[in-house]
Design a protein around this ligand. Structure first.
Ligand code: SAM
Length: 274
């Protein structure tokens, strides 16, 4: 990861990732499960927000979840223990220097990580090396350019743009979701397929209004308020107006839409790039 991780490692961010994971389990994970005996690597597990679902959906798989942050791993381990999971082990490691032999895994799972890396293509190549021939990679990423809402509001769009810019300044790309197909294709994966997963929220879906519009998306933008203002990206008044407008989209007349992208690729049995 280059620069600072844009969302930080504060407890509130961990809570946000878990709210997001809980809200989106069905949309993002209902079609991810690994057959018993599979050996799976979760790269960039953070505080374990996706790990719990991954391990529950595939009780017979052996999952190794790695992250660069020791504190996040400690929290992830506590959550996995509290959930009674016995098929996951955690390890501190950098995606660019993973301590595993080539061909160690049947599957790799990456969620909301490539967007924070300055070299996502290189990360994919490294992860591909760790797959057995015929193994698969699943990548899930968001794309902040896909957010649109009612009532529309220029200040809200400016506040979102601050987050995109801060992430860019940290070396990441908050709009990477739309690039998953070319990224996986150019990393040499076969049979690459991308499914857009649209979150559509209106007042008839109160769980999503609270879990996604308020506690996931708006909380994420709100979380960079001080850094955006300090960096001179927007004045405080406009930023706060934008946040109020985002909360307004969670009111009874509001609507919020966002698209996640879920990609699957396979490592060729004879890999042309190895
Ligand atoms: C947005 S969090 C996502 C965590 C988890 N996958 C989830 O969906 O909740 C991104 C995670 O990637 C980790 N990360 C960033 N760069 C990394 C690297 N080079 N190696 C390993 N982990 C990294 C961060 O520490 C952070 O926990």
């Amino acid at each position: 990861m280059s620069g600072a991780y844009v969302h930080g490692y504060q407890p509130r961010e961990s809570e946000r990732l878990h709210d997001q994971a809980g809200t989106l389990v069905k949309l993002l994970h209902s079609d991810t499960s690994y057959v018993p005996g599979s050996v799976v690597l979760e790269a960039g597990c953070g505080t374990g927000a996706q790990t719990i679902t991954l391990a529950r959906n595939s009780p017979g798989a052996r999952i190794t979840s790695v992250d660069i942050s020791a504190d996040s791993l400690e929290e992830a381990k506590a959550r996995a223990d509290a959930a009674g999971l016995t098929n996951v082990q955690f390890r501190q490691a950098d995606i660019f220097a993973l301590p595993f032999n080539p061909g160690s895994f049947d599957h790799v799972f990456v969620c909301f990580v490539l967007e924070h890396l300055s070299r996502p293509s290189e990360a994919l190549l490294r992860l591909k090396d760790l797959l057995k021939p015929g193994g698969t990679i699943t990548v899930i990423e968001g794309d902040h350019g896909s957010a649109y809402f009612h009532p529309d509001n220029a200040a809200a769009r400016q506040a979102i743009a601050c987050l995109v810019e801060l992430q860019r300044m940290s070396g990441g790309n908050a709009m990477i979701g739309r690039q998953l197909h070319p990224l996986l294709f150019h990393a040499g994966f076969d049979a690459v397929y991308v499914w857009p997963r649209i979150v559509y929220v209106d007042s008839s879906r109160p769980d999503l209004v609270d879990g996604f519009t308020r506690k996931t998306f708006t909380a994420m933008v709100e979380g960079v308020r001080d850094r955006a203002i300090d960096a001179g990206l927007l004045d405080a008044e406009t930023f706060d107006k934008g946040i109020r407008a985002l909360y307004q989209t969670a009111e009874p007349d509001g609507v919020f839409c966002y698209t996640f992208f879920k990609a699957l690729g396979e490592k060729a049995r004879a890999d042309p790039l190895r």
